[in-house]
Design a protein around this ligand. Structure first.
Ligand SMILES: [Zn+2]
Length: 136
């Protein structure tokens, strides 16, 4: 693993029943495998990339809605190898009935050739799949 690269990312979700199928579909599309499931968390792993975990929210927490403009996670972006992968994930998301925030397009304001789709998980956490042609 590259020194300083992300080893794992853990997200808190309000409903494992809603979020597990969502993340299972999205992460499997990108090659992750579900490797562990306990009462506390579900974990997916991708070789040379790391792990994504979801944890159940504390039902007694006052905070029920994710707000990316409050301190905490703003959004999470995954790398694509091609624009076709971005388009294919978009098709899958539409089939799943997922919330699309911004359809696949070139977002040159971020970088030349930046091609991405932006979507939300069942709690409104913003996710992105991006192809950046200048990153091998
Ligand atoms: Zn982004």
């Amino acid at each position: 693993m590259t020194f300083g690269s992300v080893n794992h990312l853990s997200l808190t979700v309000s409903s494992i029943e809603k979020s597990e199928p969502f993340y299972d579909s999205v992460l499997r599309f990108m090659g992750y495998q579900q490797v562990e499931k306990t009462d506390a968390f579900t974990m997916w792993w991708l070789e040379n990339a790391g792990a994504i975990l979801i944890y159940s929210a504390n039902p007694n927490s006052d905070n029920k809605i994710h707000d990316r403009y409050s301190p905490g996670l703003h959004h999470l972006a995954f790398n694509a190898d091609s624009r076709e992968q971005v388009d294919d994930l978009y098709k899958l998301l539409v089939e799943m009935g997922a919330t699309i925030l911004d359809s696949p397009a070139e977002y040159n304001q971020y970088a030349p050739g930046y091609y991405a789709v932006f979507f939300a998980d069942p709690d409104g956490i913003k996710l992105e799949l991006v192809h950046m042609p200048n990153i091998p």
